[in-house]
Design a protein around this ligand. Structure first.
Ligand code: HEC
Ligand code: HEC
Length: 213
């Protein structure tokens, strides 16, 4: 009788500890499962943000790499012209202040507005982008890095870059490029202006992420 009581007791406590173990493992399993689910949804939310931000980046860069921008952001001391980005005619040079040489200033010909009779494009303060802002020959990623680097972007922070990209008259001129000296309309950037502005803001708000090459 005493022996069987003891056995019964042992069995009972075995059952108890097994069920405690089981219950414990089960809660463990539930929490890890929940955690996995949560981190899964964080990962997919992140993936979504990266997707839309890299889509916005692509849109923005299809504008920045367009000749309407790069003709004025050349790597040498001569502006470029036209759809084939040929060297600017009339021996035009950058000059010390990016506004031409003392003998031949940009504003001798370039006024505050396009001149659609002569085909000279125009916007306020028409000048060549400084040499450290040269984008010609750079990849999209290199342009983006240069644009965000205060050493090569005129000491601007992200907010100022966004402002420049979305409001500056020389930038916005690209969507009102007028006609060339033969009367042919200049090609506009591949993304409509409002869509480009929205893409720049979306990309910046998502952290101004530059993808790997
Ligand atoms: C008529 C010449 C001209 C055209 C066209 C032009 N830029 Fe510029 N860009 C400049 C000049 C000049 C500066 C320097 C202005 C300053 O620092 O105040 C500049 C500076 C910039 C900067 C700031 C510096 C940097 O590297 O981050 C950005 C961004 C920029 N341009 C973007 C563009 C984009 C985008 C286009 C086309 C949609 C464009 N530009 C078309 C002349 C031009
Ligand atoms: C002697 C007059 C003259 C001077 C000076 C001059 N330009 Fe021009 N520029 C023109 C004419 C004309 C065109 C239009 C050519 C065409 O498209 O057929 C032009 C076109 C351009 C374009 C081409 C825009 C595009 O995307 O096709 C850029 C960029 C440019 N000039 C920059 C400059 C800069 C910067 C300076 C000063 C360093 C300057 N120009 C000085 C006459 C001049």
């Amino acid at each position: 009788m005493r022996k069987s009581n003891l056995r019964f007791g042992i069995i009972l406590s075995l059952i108890a500890s097994v069920s405690i173990l089981l219950a414990h493992n089960f809660t463990d399993f539930k929490t890890t499962n929940k955690k996995a689910k949560e981190s899964g949804s964080i990962i997919s939310a992140k993936a979504n943000i990266t997707d839309t931000s890299s889509e916005a980046f692509d849109k923005m860069m299809s504008v920045l790499t367009h000749k309407r921008c790069v003709n004025c952001h050349p790597s040498g001391d001569r502006p470029r012209q036209g759809e084939d980005s040929h060297i600017h005619r009339f021996e035009v040079q950058r000059g010390a202040d990016n506004h031409g040489t003392p003998a031949l200033r940009c504003n001798t010909c370039h006024q505050n507005e396009n001149n659609n009779y002569s085909g000279v494009p125009g916007a306020p303060d028409w000048a060549l982008a400084p040499i450290e802002m040269a984008w010609e020959g750079l990849s999209r990623v290199e342009i983006a890095r240069s644009m965000l680097n205060p050493a090569s972007n005129g000491g601007r922070n992200l907010e100022q870059i966004v402002e420049h990209l979305t409001e500056h008259e020389l930038v916005l001129w690209a969507w009102e490029p007028g006609v060339d000296s033969e009367g042919n309309p200049r090609e506009k950037p591949p993304v409509p202006k409002e869509e480009y502005i929205a893409a720049v803001k979306e990309w910046a708000e998502a952290g101004a992420h530059i993808p790997e090459e």
